[in-house]
Ligand binder design. Structure first.
Ligand code: DCP
Ligand code: MN
Ligand code: MG
Length: 333
């Protein structure tokens, strides 16, 4: 999971996206108001894909997903070059501390609040108090600088080929897809979101022990070849950890999920994102009488109870069932 995102600076509304992203982070981490967080994120995603420079709040207001309050902030920013709300947020040291601490993977808003209450207000301070941290958080802190660096596309390609080689040596039918921002074609990513499946591994015949060992064995093989260097957590279907291509490259966040074959495409769709696109897709599914999640697409009957999952053999199938024009990963901003 990449913790911060705004837009790239080639976008004509980049400065608006920046301050709205900052407000979104504030609502997520400090006030913990998930609705306001979503409203700001939605506005960022709309502005980030708007082709021309917005010159007034009124003009912004016409875009889907931008309401009165955000339009006013755009006007204030255009007129004064700043935002009073953001200035106030910046001048409060508790906010700054919470924002800093939540940059560590594994430290969420609640943990950050409790650390600040105990007087720990910076990364530097935190390094002296690792006794208060979980293993995940300690590793996050250890690689704090590396984990904030973006991963160039070409490096992910190299990592993908190492994983591929190890998987093929284990079992030729193992299939891997790297999703997230990488699959959406971005030049750089915050982390590496990897999905793995096998045709013999389906949700109706999940042999738990077999499944459990499958992911463990994969992680062990990736450790042995030197790629995987840290484990944050390892469950039967989800690995969170870190990898390093070689001495010259930073340590990178790597997630691997083992997915039943029949759920693979819903999962690929979900983990390709973006999160805003997923929201849009789920809303559209509901309008068409389906529920969509990371596992399955299911029709909702008149009783409101979801039926059996629809059989899916590709991402296109999901769009087709929902009567939604297909969007290539690069178009799912
Ligand atoms: N996702 C989602 N809702 C969330 C978190 C994630 O729908 N709250 C989905 C969509 C994301 C995907 O999972 O694209 C991967 O999550 P990441 O946090 O890794 O996001 P990205 O890969 O898109 O961006 P980054 O380059 O920052 O990793
Ligand atoms: Mn991720
Ligand atoms: Mg990602």
């Amino acid at each position: 999971m990449g913790k911060r995102k705004a837009s790239d600076d080639t976008n004509p509304n980049h400065d608006f996206c920046e301050f709205l992203s900052e407000l979104a982070e504030y609502e997520k981490n400090v006030t913990r108001d998930i609705h306001r967080y979503s409203a700001y994120r939605k506005a960022v995603s709309v502005l980030a894909s708007h082709p021309t420079r917005i010159t007034s709040g009124d003009e912004a207001r016409k875009l889907k997903g931008i309401g009165e309050k955000i339009a006013k902030k755009i006007d204030e920013f255009l007129q004064t070059g700043k935002l009073r709300k953001l200035e106030a947020i910046h001048s409060d040291s508790t906010n700054a501390a919470i924002n800093e601490l939540t940059r560590v993977t594994g430290i969420g808003p609640a943990k950050a609040h409790s650390l600040v209450k105990e007087g720990i207000t910076s990364i530097e301070e935190l390094r002296k108090h690792t006794d208060k941290l979980t293993h995940h958080q300690i590793v996050g802190l250890r690689h704090f600088e590396d984990f904030e660096k973006k991963i160039p596309r070409q490096e992910i390609e190299q990592i993908e080929s190492v994983i591929n080689k190890e998987l093929k040596a284990m079992d030729h039918d193992l299939k891997i897809t790297i999703c997230g921002s990488y699959r959406r074609g971005k030049a750089e990513s915050g982390d590496i979101d990897t999905l793995i499946t096998h045709p013999n591994f389906t949700s109706d015949k999940v042999d738990k022990k077999h499944k459990n060992n499958m992911l463990k064995n994969i992680v062990t093989a990736l450790e042995k070849c030197g790629l995987v260097t840290e484990t944050l957590s390892l469950g039967e279907s989800k690995f969170m950890g870190a990898c390093k291509l070689d001495l010259e490259h930073p340590t990178r966040r790597l997630d691997i999920r083992l997915i039943p074959y029949d759920q693979y495409y819903c999962c690929i769709l979900y983990f390709t994102g973006s999160d805003m696109f997923n929201k849009e897709m789920r809303t559209h599914a509901l309008e068409k009488g389906f529920t969509l999640n990371e596992y399955a697409l299911r029709p909702v009957g008149v009783t409101g109870v979801p039926g059996e999952p629809v059989e899916i053999h590709s991402e296109e199938d999901i769009f087709d069932y929902m009567d939604f024009p297909y969007k290539k990963p690069e178009e799912r901003g």
